[in-house]
Design a protein around this ligand. Sequence first.
Ligand SMILES: [Zn+2]
Ligand SMILES: [Zn+2]
Length: 139
Amino acid sequence: MSAKPIKLTTDRKSVLDILKSSDSPKGAYDILDELKKVKSNAVPMTVYRALDYLTEHGLVHKVENLNAYILCNHPEHHHICQIIICEACNKATESCDKELASLVQKKAEDAGFKISKAILEITATCEECLANDKGNAAL
Ligand SMILES: [Zn+2]
Ligand SMILES: [Zn+2]
């Protein structure tokens, strides 16, 4: 399979920039609101089309749990991404452990499966929220 060159149209680039400036996954309508600041006639379809393209090319991940999108940290490699999401504030971080990725790949292959989409979503509580929680518990 040959890698298709990535073509960034203005809309795709704008959506990518919006995601770049956020440290939590964003829903399509949040993205649309921001996109309207630079493109007043943007419609949901504009965003969905751009997101489809960006996810298909591995530049952006869809976080199914939140029905939201996050920038991929390492779009140059297509291995299995692990996204850790804080369930309290929705902040997310991507970690890509190669060993874990190849283990998941191997397990799938051993079971006769070919992975088509490999994103592990890990629900967690971030450091900040943990600290806040402790603060609340003390009250
Ligand atoms: Zn990734
Ligand atoms: Zn948090």
